[in-house]
Design a protein around this ligand. Structure first.
Ligand code: IVH
Length: 415
């Protein structure tokens, strides 16, 4: 499991794995006392619950302050320098995963509890659900594991996991999840752990809470390496960078590769690397003074549909386009977004006057993702491309839709 789910480097084939797991199951059935709580067969086993119990975190789970520009990032570095009275500060840089924060409690290296962040002080007991996440070790391996170790991290769904989940939901006529973060949260907060077990959840660890009966290294980056040494899953490109310029370079790099990553990130996080300096800086209300999230421009924003037009493309395809109230999304001001075709308009039920979520990721054409429902508001009529455009808006020829196609095309006067 460790080689496959944490290191992403299995040494045996899936078939060999299945055979070994089967053999283990048989052995445990024949000799029940040999079944240990950390056995790979025991990840799902708990009964559904009626409600989640409450968990008070040993140490508050803090949030992060945000920087939305280079200037705000530079301000953060200046504040840190001034407070520490030092010239150049080393930061640990890591991606900011878009999932939900979870705290794992290991006692003598055994996972005994997992909780959501909740309000920071009190969260929900999701132990049985987190146990089903294959990359979360039920038992830590290696020397020097503290008696009590609270590990914090982000539970998330990869893009592939998200699309697979929505494909299944769609096939069963269920409601689709709007984004990977909501899907991850919904999957983790299932009262039946057997359902969570079928969701391809994953977790990266990014910090520790309470630690007693053991010593950890003196920098954040070394602590992360130590966690990885105990078999916890830690992102493999956590880098120590110098000062503001080092932070900016790391941010620029992730801005470029963001869309190539297998999971959604909404920015990068910088943390003062030395833990003694973190202590010196402390925190204000809900966020530490020693860390900042440099956020990417949002890829999804709400705006209003002012009208629906069509564009005629090179192949004669009539593409419906939503004219929008200008909105700043994905780093640019967007005034139009594609609606793809009539099937998509029907599926999303987009109408003039609606408030919609627009998405622009990377160089991809902005698109209308979904309508924001508004209770009790009268809406305009449903849009139909053939009704509004019986003829091509460019050349006036009749338009035509083939029986097996979603696209409406200009006939070019040929029929
Ligand atoms: S550190 C004391 N590191 O972002 C600092 N958080 O907006 C606590 N997040 O609640 C958080 N990736 O759920 C940290 N590499 C990362 C993170 C990360 C994602 C989430 C986390 C936190 C939220 C704050």
């Amino acid at each position: 499991n460790y080689r496959y789910y944490v290191l992403d480097a299995p040494l045996i084939s899936d078939a060999e794995y299945d055979a070994l797991l089967r053999e283990l199951q048989d052995l445990e059935e024949t000799y029940p006392p040999l079944t240990t709580p950390d056995s790979p067969t025991q990840r799902v086993g708990a009964e559904p619950v009626k409600a989640f119990g409450e968990v008070r975190h040993e140490l508050r789970m803090l949030s992060l302050d945000n920087a939305f520009s280079d200037d705000e990032l530079a301000d953060f570095d200046r504040r840190v320098q001034a407070a520490l009275g030092s010239a150049q500060v080393d930061y640990a840089a890591e991606p900011k995963l878009d999932g939900l924060a979870v705290s794992l409690l290991y006692e003598s290296g055994v996972l005994v509890r997992a909780a959501t962040r909740g309000d920071g002080s009190t969260g929900e007991d999701v132990t049985q659900n987190v146990r089903t996440i294959a990359s979360v070790p039920l038992k830590l391996e290696g020397s020097g594991v503290p008696d009590i170790l609270e590990v914090r991290g982000e539970v998330y769904l990869s893009h592939a996991g998200f699309h697979e989940l929505n494909r299944q939901a769609g096939a069963q006529g269920q409601k689709l999840f709007v984004n990977p973060r909501n899907a991850a949260a919904g999957s983790l907060r299932q009262l039946d752990p057997a359902i969570t077990a079928r969701r391809p959840l994953d977790m990266y660890c990014y910090g520790v809470g309470k630690v007693t009966g053991g010593k950890l290294p003196v920098t954040h980056s070394e602590v992360m390496a130590q966690l990885a040494g105990w078999r916890l899953r830690v992102y493999d490109d956590i880098r120590v960078v110098q000062g503001y310029s080092g932070c900016r370079a790391y941010y620029r790099h992730y801005e470029k590769i963001r869309d190539d990553l297998p999971f959604e990130i909404d920015g990068v996080v910088f943390k003062v690397d030395r833990l003694d300096l973190q202590d010196e800086l402390g925190h204000v209300s809900r966020a530490p003074r020693w860390a900042i999230a440099r956020k990417f421009p949002a890829q999804e924003c709400a705006t209003r549909v002012l009208g629906i037009d069509v564009q005629v493309g090179r192949t004669g395809a009539l593409t419906p386009v939503a004219r929008l109230e200008p909105v700043f999304v994905g780093g640019v001001t967007v005034t139009n977004a594609t609606l793809h075709n009539q099937d998509e308009i029907d599926r999303k039920d987009v109408r003039m006057g609606d408030t919609v979520i627009v998405r622009r990721a990377g160089d991809v054409i902005p698109e209308v993702v979904r309508v924001v429902p508004k209770k009790g508001r009268r809406r305009g009529p449903a849009y139909n491309i053939l009704a509004t455009h019986p003829v091509c808006p460019v050349c006036g020829s009749r338009v035509h839709q083939a029986a097996d196609e979603a696209v409406v095309r200009c006939s070019g006067g040929l029929f």
